[in-house]
Write a protein that binds this ligand. Structure first.
Ligand code: ISC
Length: 428
């Protein structure tokens, strides 16, 4: 279960920078710590504190541990922007039983920008010597040979695509029998990243192509997610719910427009989307006031897919930190199903792997508990380097919502579109 060392007392000092540096270029090529979207975001350099959590109480444990650290910290912040002062980046596993660690990491230096403004934060134990408040030089470029992905070998030795299709068919049969209404079934790809690869290459590609997504790298989890689980800033809360997908046809404008219109008018996709919105509204309602949603689902255009999207806004009704809100919302019907508990139990039965952090949460939290968290989608997890070759395993995951009438082959095609951000970013 969760194990946390006694929390050191931290000091965080934030000062403005005259120029906004290129964030990704400053990241550690081997272990990048990045959170960025368009002209906003931050890069962490070095690590002062790492807290690990696991099991069913990982969110409440993390919220409590962070509250203790924030309460005793000395924060000297002359910038006062979202993401200035004391910050931790984090990633949380999908399943209560997952063997993947959930972590909060406090970087030693954090360089951040928000539109035209930029700043630097130095964080250390109160009794440690302060580091200079200067932007470090970008690390030298390294090689990039890329990753060739293939279907992930099953522990049982079977065919992973056949196993995915069987899982989708079985899910459909259970929906017909009335066991649940919606379930999200995923599959995995795997590859090997050569030793000494520069992970700033795939991160730059993700950030440049997926402008409506948060590009992230936290503890080896790398991706670009379009789905905001929760953003909380000074009492205002927002979220973006996605469910319902069509692959893009960027080479053929008429076909692409048909795919979008089909998505908007499909009763099945609207039904699948409604489950996801309802799960967020139900989970968020006890924590907020004045909850409002966009009138109708709108088409969100990404380079690889169209999604049905609904934006939510509300006022925070009580003193919940952003991690507590993540814990209340997770897992939404966009990654689990409806009803939640039945769907989660069936996922454990029908998917022949531990999802790890895929479809969990990734984001950041500040000393006031404010933060931004997305659902960890369109992502891959890097493993430990091989002792001899230095190569690291990379596992990518993608899934889709199954409702009454879902077609297994269509669902398989949808996962191919959802893998594209990762397979293309990690290509040679
Ligand atoms: C589960 C995934 O996507 C979710 C988010 C948006 C649309 C989805 C869908 O249409 O099925 C999924 O609910 C994934 O990308 O692996």
């Amino acid at each position: 279960m969760t194990s946390t060392p006694p929390a050191p007392r931290l000091r965080a000092t934030t000062r403005p920078l005259e120029h906004a540096p290129d964030l990704i270029s400053l990241a550690d090529p081997n272990a990048p710590m990045i959170w960025t979207r368009g002209d906003r975001g931050c890069v962490g350099v070095g690590e002062v504190l790492r807290l690990s959590f696991s099991g069913p109480h990982r969110f409440t444990d993390a919220a409590a541990a962070w509250r203790r650290i924030a309460e005793t910290a000395i924060v000297d912040d002359s910038v006062r922007m979202p993401g200035s002062g004391l910050i931790a980046l984090g990633t949380f596993a999908f399943a209560d039983e997952s063997s993947a660690e959930s972590v909060l990491i406090v970087p030693r230096l954090l360089v951040a920008r928000h539109r035209g403004q930029a700043w630097i934060t130095e964080i250390a134990a109160v009794d440690a010597d302060p580091a200079p408040l200067a932007v470090p030089d970008p690390p030298a470029s390294r090689a990039w040979e890329g990753v060739r992905f293939g279907d992930r070998a099953l522990a049982t030795g079977g065919d992973s695509v056949a196993s995915y299709l069987a899982g989708v068919r079985e899910a459909g049969a259970r929906i017909e029998r009335g066991e649940f209404e919606k379930i999200v079934i995923a599959r995995q790809l795997e590859g090997a990243l050569p030793g000494a690869s520069d992970l700033r290459v795939p991160l730059t590609r993700l950030a440049e192509h997926y402008l409506d997504c948060w590009t992230f790298a936290v503890d080896g989890l790398i991706g670009a997610s379009p789905e905001t689980l929760i953003r909380s800033t000074s009492g205002a809360v927002s979220a973006r719910v996605l469910a319902g997908t069509r692959g893009r046809h960027s080479e053929d404008a008429a076909r692409d427009a048909r795919a979008r219109d089909e998505l908007l008018t499909s009763a099945k996709e609207q039904h699948e989307h409604a489950f996801a919105v309802q799960s967020v509204v139900t989970a968020l309602s006890p924590h907020v006031r004045d909850l409002r949603t966009s009138e109708e689902p709108f088409p969100l255009q990404l380079p690889n897919v169209w999604h049905l999207a609904t934006d939510l806004g509300a006022a925070l009704g009580e003193q919940s930190s952003s991690i507590e809100l993540v814990g209340a919302l997770h897992p939404t019907a966009a990654v689990a199903g409806t009803p939640t508990a039945t769907a989660v139990a069936a996922i454990a039965e029908l998917e022949p792997f531990d999802r790890g952090r895929y479809s969990g949460a990734v984001g950041w939290i500040d000393a006031d508990g404010d933060g931004e968290w997305v659902i960890a989608l369109r992502c891959a997890q890097l493993g430990a380097p091989d002792a001899q070759t230095g190569a690291r395993p990379v596992v990518a995951s993608a899934g889709g919502g199954i409702v009454a009438g879902s077609d297994p082959d269509h669902e398989l095609g949808e996962t191919v579109s959802k893998f594209r951000p990762i397979t293309e970013a990690f290509a040679r």
